[in-house]
Structures are given as C-alpha cells and as structure tokens.
Design a protein around this ligand. Structure first.
Ligand SMILES: NC(=O)c1ccc[n+]([C@@H]2O[C@H](COP(=O)([O-])OP(=O)(O)OC[C@H]3O[C@@H](n4cnc5c(N)ncnc54)[C@H](OP(=O)(O)O)[C@@H]3O)[C@@H](O)[C@H]2O)c1
Length: 243
C-alpha cells in the first residue's frame, strides 16, 4: 500500500527537498505550505517530475488549518505514515552573538508560536491518524543551535551561535521529541529529531556549505527508518548529537 507523508513548510528549502526525496521513494506526499501560490508552485514542479504530491494549505500557527488538515487526512487516507515537522522561522536579528538580554518578547513569542507551539499542536492533532499507520514516523527538523551540549561546551565550534529565540524554540522542540518518543514507546511509532547541517536556504543564508538536497537527507532517512530503527534520538547524517 502506498505510504502517505505530510511535510510542513514544503514550498521551499529543506522542506521542498524532503518532499521530493520522499516522493522519489514512491510515497504520496502532502506538501504543507502556508502560502497557496507558493504551495501550488512547488506541487507543479514536483508533478512535472512525475512525483505523487498534493499541496495542502497549512499554516502551522493556525488552529483552523490544523483542524482542516487533520480532517482531510482522516477522511481521504485514514492513516498518516510520516509526519516531517520542518516548518520554522528564524526571527532573531543575527546568528552570531548572544541576544538573550535584549531579544524582544514579541520575537520570542512569534518564534515559539511557529517553531514550538504550532509543531506540537499539529503533531497532537495528527497522532490519531499516525497511530493508525503500520509504522508511523515523526521527524522533527531541529537545529544544533538548540543543543545544551553545544552551548555548555566553550570549545565547541558552534559555541558562539546564540540567537536566543530560535535556539530556545529548538531546545523546546528537542524536549518534545524526547517526551513524545517516551510516551509512544509501546507503539510502533518512532519520533526523532534531525539536524540538517548548515544549509543554503532563507534560514541558513547563502554562506552555508550544504545544498537543500544534502540538508534533507538526515530527515528523510529518519522518516524511512525500519522497525529496528531508533526512537527518541537527535542526529545528523547518522551521527548522534548531544541534546
Ligand atoms: N538552513 C539551515 O542551515 C538549517 C540549519 C538547522 C536547522 N534548520 C531547520 O530546517 C528547517 C527548514 O528550514 P530551511 O532552512 O529550509 O528554511 P526556509 O527555506 O526558510 O524554509 C522554512 C519553511 O518553513 C515555512 N514556514 C514558516 N512558518 C510557517 C508556518 N507558520 N506555517 C507553515 N510553514 C511555515 C516557510 O514558508 P514560507 O515560504 O511561507 O515562509 C518555508 O517553507 C527549519 O526547521 C529550520 O529551523 C535549517
């Protein structure tokens, strides 16, 4: 039976590439995007490659969109096999430097609304459909900047990377990954967090060394884990990262 996947923020960057690579594995992919024009454009590009994709309107900070997507998936497909929580924003003023003393509350709230609350709300809403899958996979696209291991290690090459709102939202997402994996331990569902690496996208900037194609690979491999694969992990290219 054809597997069904939903990728959030699939109109560009790592999300678009994740959707493309999953569809290349003969998975039917729902392309979640908040902007209809951009979502339909992505759908057209991937359909031109003969890939089985369908745009679905999804602003993950909009409860009504989440409800609509949940209802659509349950009525159209019954079960959801793969959820890739990729959508996120970077609203801090810079990647480097520590802005913890001054970051505006609105920046923190807007960042958490999408990167954390939206992701948690969507995942909770889709869990009943994921539980109906033979082998549900939830992949949270996190960031190494959310790692306590990095921020407590002055010698780490990314120690100076301290955009507070973005990093804290990814730390919270990592906690969600651990707790949800533990809550679902007796089920067949696996929940893992991925760091894509530093990728050339709107969030990663032009300076980044990796292409979105490379950046999608960790999340895709976690989405395709077999029954022996791990749950409750944080990794990049197969290498386990410190929480
Ligand atoms: N690039 C890197 O170096 C890097 C490193 C570590 C982690 N990451 C993570 O990788 C993931 C993908 O980011 P990216 O680098 O590919 O950046 P990107 O090109 O800016 O893509 C972000 C995607 O998220 C979507 N999005 C933002 N807010 C949304 C909302 N409320 N509802 C639905 N979609 C929303 C964006 O849609 P719009 O086009 O409408 O804005 C866009 O499709 C993110 O979780 C990011 O934190 C990236």
């Amino acid at each position: 039976m054809t597997k069904i996947a939903l990728v959030t923020g699939a109109n560009k960057g790592i999300g678009f590439e994740t959707a493309k690579q999953l569809a290349q594995h003969n998975i039917k992919v729902l392309l979640g995007a908040r902007n209809e024009t951009e979502g339909k454009k992505a759908e057209r590009i991937l359909r031109d490659l003969s890939l089985d994709v369908t745009y679905i309107k999804l602003d993950i900070s909009d409860s009504l969109d989440i409800e609509n997507v949940k209802n659509h998936i349950e009525s159209e497909y019954g079960a959801l096999d793969i959820l890739v929580n990729n959508a996120a924003v970077f609203l801090d003023s810079a990647w480097f430097g520590n802005n913890t003393e001054t970051v505006p509350m609105q920046t923190l709230r807007d960042t958490f609304d999408i990167n954390y609350f939206g992701t948690v709300e969507l995942t909770q809403a889709l869990l009943p459909a994921i539980k109906k899958s033979e082998a549900g996979r939830i992949v949270n696209i996190s960031s190494i900047s959310g790692s306590f291991g990095v921020h407590l290690d002055e010698a780490h090459r990314l120690y100076a990377l301290k955009p507070y709102a973005y990093s804290a939202s990814k730390t919270a997402l990592n906690q969600f990954t651990v707790f949800l994996a533990q809550a679902l331990r007796e089920s067949k569902i696996k929940v893992n967090a991925a760091n894509p690496g530093w990728v050339k996208t709107s969030i990663g900037s032009d300076q980044a060394p990796l292409t979105p194609e490379d950046g999608a690979k960790t999340g895709v491999s976690l989405a395709l884990l077999d029954e022996n694969g791990p749950t409750g992990t944080f990794s990049e290219s197969g290498e386990v990262l410190p929480w």
